[in-house]
Design a protein around this ligand. Structure first.
Ligand SMILES: Nc1ncnc2c1ncn2[C@@H]1O[C@H](COP(=O)(O)OP(=O)(O)O)[C@@H](O)[C@H]1O
Ligand SMILES: [Mg+2]
Length: 240
């Protein structure tokens, strides 16, 4: 059974219809890629599925293991097992990284002792040991914010993870680390959607399936060879 099924999704932002007729399925324990040029609607898809109030769902369904997420508030979607890692993670003053994650893990049903054990291991895995008591994302570099997003993935073990450009602003060493962590999470069962317009990450994490978004519609889907072709020839291969 698919972990997430998106059917006939249309999303409006302000008075602009940004997404239309979007259908996709994500399988458990698999890596999928969503590619598309700037402005094609990739982040809109992630934010609409997360339940961001500025992204109005006009029609469609998003079934997580059969349950439609779209009528639920964002926190219930997260509790059901959806994780969205933001392209631009917000800085949250006054909230420490540790407290934020402790509460998030508690909402996902993890006990305090379990968190106490898992948290230091996760910090070490993401090389964020010095960030334990920092305010969430405040003053973090671009790459540190991306690692902090993956720390959530590592600890929360969601059923479905939509990762919006986890590679942007990340140096080569951190990119390898990020790829390894994403692979581990997929192997542990998470259905992963990597949102990227950069094929480099996909060489580390070959996707089982690739979706291409053009002007708010899924224009093509295919296997890993589609990502390679786009890497070599650009999105023109899909436009043709
Ligand atoms: N909050 C917003 N307000 C106004 N327009 C938006 C907003 N979010 C996205 N858009 C518009 O929707 C389109 C798709 O944007 P986005 O989903 O960010 O694309 P991508 O992530 O593929 O680069 C763009 O034209 C963008 O300007
Ligand atoms: Mg984007």
């Amino acid at each position: 059974m698919a972990a997430l099924v998106v059917r006939d999704l249309a999303v409006r932002v302000g008075d602009k219809l940004v997404l239309q007729d979007v259908d996709l399925e994500l399988a458990p324990a698999r890596i999928h890629a969503l590619m598309g040029p700037n402005g094609s609607g990739k982040s809109t898809l992630a934010l609409a599925l997360a339940g961001h109030p500025a992204y109005a769902v006009v029609r469609g369904q998003a079934l997580l293991e059969g349950q439609d997420l779209l009528p639920l508030p964002p926190e219930a979607r997260a509790r059901a097992g959806l994780l969205v890692a933001f392209q631009n993670p917000p800085e949250v003053e006054g909230v420490k990284l540790r407290e934020f994650l402790r509460l998030a893990c508690a909402e996902r049903g993890q006990g305090f002792c379990e968190f106490q054990k898992a948290f230091p291991l996760a910090l070490a895995r993401l090389r964020l040991q010095d960030f334990r008591d920092r305010e969430l994302n405040v003053g973090f570099s671009g790459g540190e914010k991306k690692r902090a997003e993956l720390l959530q993935l590592y600890l929360l073990r969601p059923k479905v993870a939509l990762l919006d450009e986890p590679d942007s602003g990340v140096d080569v060493d951190a990119l390898k680390l990020i790829a390894e962590v994403i692979r581990e999470m997929a192997e542990a069962g998470t259905a992963v959607l990597l949102i990227t317009h950069n094929p480099r990450l996909l060489t580390y994490l070959p996707p089982a399936q690739v979706f291409v978004l053009l002007d708010g519609r899924i224009a093509e889907c295919g296997g890993p060879e589609l990502a390679c072709k786009i890497g070599e020839e650009g999105f023109e291969v899909v436009r043709r």
